[in-house]
Structure formats: structure tokens, C-alpha cells
Design a protein around this ligand. Structure first.
Ligand code: ZN
Length: 206
């Protein structure tokens, strides 16, 4: 029994937003190929924009896909923020945990920023494998699966594809397309985190 294939298949069946990307078999091959590459190069985290860029898949659909996989527990979602002062990258599973840089102690979120938009503009998404997926992928690295030879053949039928070089928490907050259901649910999660963040002693941002 193949853990990733089986789980991805059942997620695909229940999430219409994934069907907007490509047929299941292709999506499975792309994702597996991408994940194995991440393991091979020992990437500390998985960058969804790298997936979007590599396979020419719309950024919004890609972010929605990765958020969906994390909602179902295949991936773990992380927020990534680079310190303005020393460029050290911090990862947290909730934005309310960004306090100060653990290297230089510089405050990570500039609370004097006049708007939410700017405040969360530099927080992006990164992901990790869940343990079961990571174990299976490690096993596959030793016995590589044969990738489909017609990888480039599934044209996405004239959809408008936008590949962005960055995609931040602010982009999620600005988002209005309800067909991207995981992005819509991420908006609620972030708004809750912002409330918690504000409740921790920051009076107003306005
Ligand atoms: Zn720093």
C-alpha cells in the first residue's frame, strides 16, 4: 500500500480545487518528483513557489494545493520570516509566535507599520513532510519510481497561469476567489492569529 498515492487520491476526490490543477495521475507524479528532489538536495523546507515555477502551475492554485495537503496532515505548514537586521530566517507554525530574531534579537514584526498589508508582506509559506510521507519518500529514494515519460503532455487547457516570485500572508488576506477553499480557510486561521497576536499586548496597528 502506497501511503502518499492513497492519501493524495482521497484528498483529490474530495477537494474540487485540486481538480482545477490537472488530472490526478499527473499531479501525483509531479508532486512525488518534486518531493524526491527536495529530499535529494536536503532542502530544510519545501517551497511551494519552487513547485509552481518548476511545473508552470499557477501560484494561487499551488499555494491552495499545499495548504490543502497540510490541512489533511500530509505536510506541515510553516510561516517563514527573514530578519531585516541579520537576514536570519525564522520559521514558526503560527504568526503570533514571531517575536524577536533568535540570533540578533531584532523584533521580527515591525509593529509601527501603518498597515496589515505591509506587516505581513514579508511572511511567506514553507512546508515540511509529515513523518509517514518522509519515511516513504526516503524509501523511494533508494528505489526510484519510474516517472511517466509524457510529463509535459498535460496542457492545462488555456487557463490563465500566473507564476509569482513571492506569495505572502498579505496575498492570502487580499484573496477573494472562493473556489480556492484552502486559501479561504487559511484567511480565517490568519485572522484568528492576528487577533491573538494583538491580544498579546500590542494595542493597535490600524
Ligand atoms: Zn536577526
Amino acid at each position: 500500500m502506497n501511503f502518499f498515492y492513497t492519501n493524495l487520491n482521497s484528498i483529490y476526490e474530495s477537494e474540487d480545487s485540486l481538480k482545477l490543477i490537472m488530472p490526478f495521475e499527473s499531479l501525483h507524479l509531479y508532486l512525488r518528483d518534486f518531493f524526491l528532489n527536495n529530499l535529494k538536495k536536503k532542502a530544510p523546507v519545501i517551497d511551494p513557489l519552487d513547485f509552481s515555477f518548476r511545473y508552470k502551475i499557477d501560484t494561487l492554485k499551488t499555494i491552495n494545493l499545499f495548504l490543502t495537503l497540510s490541512n489533511y496532515g500530509l505536510l506541515k505548514k510553516l510561516y517563514q520570516l527573514e530578519c531585516d537586521e541579520c537576514n536570519e530566517i525564522a520559521f514558526e507554525d503560527s504568526i503570533e509566535n514571531f517575536y524577536e530574531c533568535f540570533v540578533c534579537k531584532h523584533p521580527l514584526l515591525n509593529l509601527s507599520e501603518p498597515s496589515f498589508d505591509k506587516l505581513f508582506n514579508n511572511i511567506s509559506y514553507a512546508f515540511e513532510f509529515c513523518d509517514e510521507l518522509q519515511d516513504e519518500l526516503y524509501h523511494d529514494l533508494k528505489v526510484p519510481p519510474s516517472l511517466s515519460s509524457n510529463k509535459q503532455s498535460d496542457d492545462k487547457g488555456g487557463d490563465i497561469t500566473t507564476i509569482q516570485s513571492n506569495f505572502s500572508v498579505s496575498d492570502v488576506l487580499k484573496h477573494t476567489d472562493v473556489s480556492m477553499s484552502s486559501i479561504t480557510s487559511e484567511q480565517c486561521i490568519i485572522k484568528q492569529q492576528i487577533d491573538d497576536f494583538l491580544a498579546k499586548g500590542i494595542k493597535t496597528i490600524s
